[in-house]
Structures are given as C-alpha cells and as structure tokens.
Design a protein. Structure first.
Length: 83
C-alpha cells in the first residue's frame, strides 16, 4: 500500500510556484545540473489492477507548503489527462 500526503509533482514547477518566478526555476535547474523528478508519473507507473498495490493520495486544498499547481495531486491529474 502506498499512502502519500503533501507531495510535490515535479521540482521545477515547485521552485517556480513557491518563489513566484521563472528565474527561481532556472536557478534550481542550474544549481542541480538539471535534476528533475516527475512524481505523478512514478505514482501511476505501476498502477495495473493485478499488481496488488493500493494507492491512496491525501491532499489539503489550503496547504501553505505545496502550491496546488506544483502538488502531486495536480501532477497525477495532468498525467491522466494527457494519456
């Protein structure tokens, strides 16, 4: 069973949304030499029905730490809609 709470979707959007500007995202990319995480894809990657793994996503719409556009909830919804 996988239970997630207060997760972020990807690091570049997190930097851009938290510090409100594209320059923060660019600085993050430069500082980490382009390191990126796509948690929504990783969350859904092994989501076959016969895998036997239940996944629960908890979210708080008034979360002050992780902005909605950079949250795991938003990233999972985006991954589902783009398929």
């Amino acid at each position: 069973m996988v239970i997630t709470d207060r997760g972020f979707g990807d690091l570049w959007t997190l930097a851009e949304e938290k510090f409100q500007g594209k320059i923060s995202s660019s600085m993050f990319k430069y500082g980490t030499m382009g390191w990126q995480v796509n948690s929504g894809y990783d969350f859904l990657k092994n989501s076959k029905i016969d895998s036997g793994c239940y996944k629960v996503l908890l979210c708080d719409k008034q979360d002050d730490i992780v902005e909605v556009k950079s949250s795991l909830m938003y990233n999972i919804a985006n991954e589902i809609c783009t398929k």
